[in-house]
Design a protein around this ligand. Structure first.
Ligand code: G6P
Length: 367
């Protein structure tokens, strides 16, 4: 396939920069430009047949499942569970006919995710997959496929595919929300209008480059680091930590900010870099107060929040990175961008193999 790095040093850098385009392409595939409606053609089930959803994936794909759980709960009345494929497949599952099983996988070939899908198929469950590679085993064997349309991803650590998975899951959430009448029509239309602005907002957020580059050396040299967030920002904290582990080989823990007191606070030492995701959503005040707790214990806090007229009133923040503002649902996409860059530059400083980190594979086709 004709896919090269162009002017970029690494595929990962290229794939990060491509995101405004891949998101736009994907929105164009699903959103009707004229009616502001979402088109999901040939959905094989009657909406009344579905009363709950289970999302399953591995690695980064699992994080998009967790993200989708928050969106489903916010925008629909569906009951939602999520699972890691290698756990789901060995547990005693209570299969339910009115449950939709959604498998998320960039490659569509991950062995555990496939096995989980196979198990559901053998139990005659409703299966749907969110994949990048449409010729894959997972796509082939699921009842219904939602492609993420982001083009080939070469970097082992997923970037544009993560964004694509979140996008398609969010689109599905809105569509099910309106079909089930959980979402009010005006709200639905407004959310679609906002969604169309997302590629531009991601493009603007990509410009946070230089600050991230500067702070990355603190992460490179750290013994460990932490990524904190609440609510919609919690899955992104997990993903940010995973990216840093995968690429820069630095121990990184993603944690719900409110859980810090129950253990991880003991790990905070003088000078430890801690990323705090605190967009100005409903959790903002709570997260800022958790941030103050870690600062008081000596952490060097990199605060990532969205632009606003009001400054953040808190002392001793080491660095702040501002992403664009958007409605709460969309902030996770914007918070993801600086975290991708943080991992990238941390690995770059060490001279590690960014596109092929040690011990990892793009697609894990063995158990
Ligand atoms: C590997 C990759 C990750 C990916 C995970 C799941 O660990 O390195 O980037 O998130 O597999 O892969 P999938 O293709 O199923 O999304």
């Amino acid at each position: 396939q004709d896919y090269d790095k162009g002017d970029f040093k690494h595929f990962m850098a290229k794939e990060i920069e491509e995101q405004p385009t891949t998101l736009k392409n994907c929105i164009n595939e699903y959103v009707d430009k004229i009616n502001n409606d979402i088109n999901i053609y040939n959905f094989p089930w009657n909406i009344k047949e579905i009363s709950s959803v289970t999302l399953i994936g591995c690695g980064t794909a699992y994080h998009s499942c967790l993200m989708a759980k928050y969106w489903f709960e916010e925008n629909t009345t569906l009951e939602v569970t999520i699972d890691i494929a290698s756990e789901f497949r060995y547990r005693k599952n209570r299969f339910k006919d009115d449950n939709l099983y959604i498998f998320v996988s960039q490659s569509g070939e991950t062995a555990d995710t496939y096995a989980a899908l196979d198990l559901c198929n053998k139990n005659n469950m409703k299966t749907c997959s969110v994949v990048n590679v449409i010729e894959s085993s997972i796509a082939r064997d699921s009842n219904f496929v939602l492609p993420i349309h982001c083009g080939q991803e070469i970097g082992v650590a997923s970037t544009k595919a993560f964004m694509g998975q979140m996008l398609v899951l969010y689109i599905l959430v809105l569509k099910l929300g309106i079909l089930r009448k959980d979402l009010d029509k005006d709200l639905y239309l407004n959310k679609i209008k906002d969604l169309k602005l997302l590629p531009k907002l991601v493009e603007q957020t990509l410009l946070t480059e230089s600050k991230i580059q500067t702070v990355s050396s603190s992460f490179t040299d750290a013994k460990g680091s932490m990524f904190l967030g609440r609510g919609f920002s919690y899955p992104i904290a997990l993903e940010g930590a995973l990216k840093l582990k995968e690429l820069a080989y630095v121990h990184a823990e993603g944690y719900p900010a409110g859980e810090m007191k129950h253990g991880p606070l003991a790990l905070i030492e003088d000078g430890m870099p801690v990323v705090v995701l605190a967009p100005r959503d409903n959790y903002y005040k709570k997260t800022i107060s958790n941030m103050q707790e870690v600062i008081a214990r000596g952490a060097k806090v990199l605060l990532i929040t969205n632009k606003s007229k009001d400054e953040v009133f808190s002392e001793n923040i080491w660095e702040t990175v501002l992403v664009e503002s958007a409605n709460d649902d969309l902030l996770p996409f914007l918070l993801t961008v600086p975290l991708q860059k943080l991992a990238y530059y941390s690995a770059l400083k060490k001279g590690y193999d960014i596109d092929k980190p040690r011990n990892l594979a793009k697609s894990v086709t063995v158990e």
